[in-house]
Design a protein around this ligand. Structure first.
Ligand code: PLP
Ligand code: COI
Length: 353
């Protein structure tokens, strides 16, 4: 399929101040759009000026949340632009599509479209330390009817947002509240898919946590409320003694691409890493024995985010005196060097645009 291009003749001014950038507030001049209709499949791929889209008020996505999204970044170093494992994002998007009854994408084609869009917008990839171009591909069901059934028409869109760190204090350790009242997902639900509903369900507990000065919540499993799952926008790792552990993928956790990459990097570094079911009680016990030495989150937006404090019921656990630990710092350096094209990672991780 040929990708049409309509140039934006009213380009916006670019933000060059990291403090002003924030996360996901500004958008570039162009976006990629492609439509789907039953019988025709995905068609009419185009790069057009960034702008509003017009939908029927009865569009399925508004009422029943039939939508999926992805998040990845483009990084600039020495004038060159790199993507980090973009194929993994489109693979995961198709997994989410399957769960939400959305027609699958041709992964190779949408990667080609993304590369073309980034190439057009390469001047928008920030050249400021700590900033990158956040990429948000998403799909919405646009069919106009109120019956509860999968749509027959969809839009796939990619928008781009020059962004700074997700947490405004960057690498400064975050405080996380272990959620014991609300749940995010259960096995058999859609917790492993990247879909709006998983974020809608998190808002109330996020708001309550923020009132007590916690940045995000750590979810426990939805059935026994005993096993640790993941944080609002990142997966989670614990350093217990000489071992690094992370919750195993059980169907209710998002299979993070940063999580997967960190597990692979830890193995390359010869460290002892294990994916397993982890109860909150065993973490509290490890903490009491002085064995829980580091906790960090992993995510595209969050990168490596050290956790300086965990609160579970009445117990406050200060991790590594509230400072970033050695392992977290080392992983941050290794990962960001690969993402920024400053160091060679495993084959295929870095894609130059
Ligand atoms: N878990 C949730 C709920 C997320 O929103 C994210 C962010 O994408 C992650 C984990 C981390 O996934 P990734 O490393 O692919 O960005
Ligand atoms: C990401 O890290 O890409 C995310 O999707 C996190 C969040 C902004 C929802």
């Amino acid at each position: 399929m040929e990708i049409k291009f309509e140039k934006n003749n009213n380009p916006k001014e670019k933000i060059t101040d990291l403090n002003k950038l924030g996360f996901g507030k500004y958008f570039t001049d162009h976006m990629f759009v492609m439509d789907y209709s039953e019988g025709k499949g995905w068609h009419d791929p185009r790069i057009v000026p960034y702008g509003n889209i017009c939908l029927d008020p009865s569009a399925v996505t508004f009422h029943y949340g039939q939508t999926v999204f992805e998040g990845l970044k483009a990084y600039k170093n020495d004038g060159k632009v790199y993507l980090f494992r973009p194929d993994e994002n489109f693979k995961r998007m198709n997994m989410s599509n399957d769960r939400l009854c959305i027609p699958l994408l041709d992964e190779e084609f949408v990667l080609e479209a993304l590369i073309k869009l980034i190439d057009i917008e390469r001047d928008w990839v920030p050249d400021i330390p700590g900033a990158s171009l956040y990429i948000r591909p998403f799909i919405i069901a646009t069919s106009a009817f109120l019956g509860v059934k999968p749509g027959t028409e969809y839009k796939f869109i990619i928008i781009l947002s020059p962004s700074g760190p997700y947490y405004k204090n960057g690498l400064e350790p975050v405080k996380i509240y272990v959620e014991d009242k609300y749940v995010r997902a259960v096995r058999g639900g859609m917790g492993m898919a990247k879909t709006g509903g998983n974020y809608a369900v998190s808002l109330k507990s996020q708001v309550e946590a923020e009132k007590s000065q916690y940045s995000q919540v750590l979810w426990l499993d939805g059935i026994e409320r005993k096993y640790v799952e993941e944080v609002g926008a990142m997966n989670i790792f614990f350093v217990v003694g000489n071992k690094i552990i992370t919750p195993e993928l059980n169907g209710s956790i998002l299979p993070g691409i940063t999580r997967k990459s960190i597990i692979e990097l830890l193995k390359i570094k010869g460290m002892d890493v294990e994916e397993k079911r982890i109860s909150i009680d065993e973490l509290v016990e490890a903490y009491d024995q002085g064995q829980l030495t580091e906790v960090f989150g992993t995510g595209t937006a969050a990168v490596i985010s050290p956790v300086g404090e965990l609160k579970y019921e009445d117990k406050i656990m200060k991790i590594n005196k509230g400072e970033i630990g050695e392992i977290s710092q080392d992983l941050y350096n290794t990962l960001t060097d690969i993402q920024w094209g400053k160091a060679e990672g495993p084959q295929g991780w870095s894609v130059e645009v």
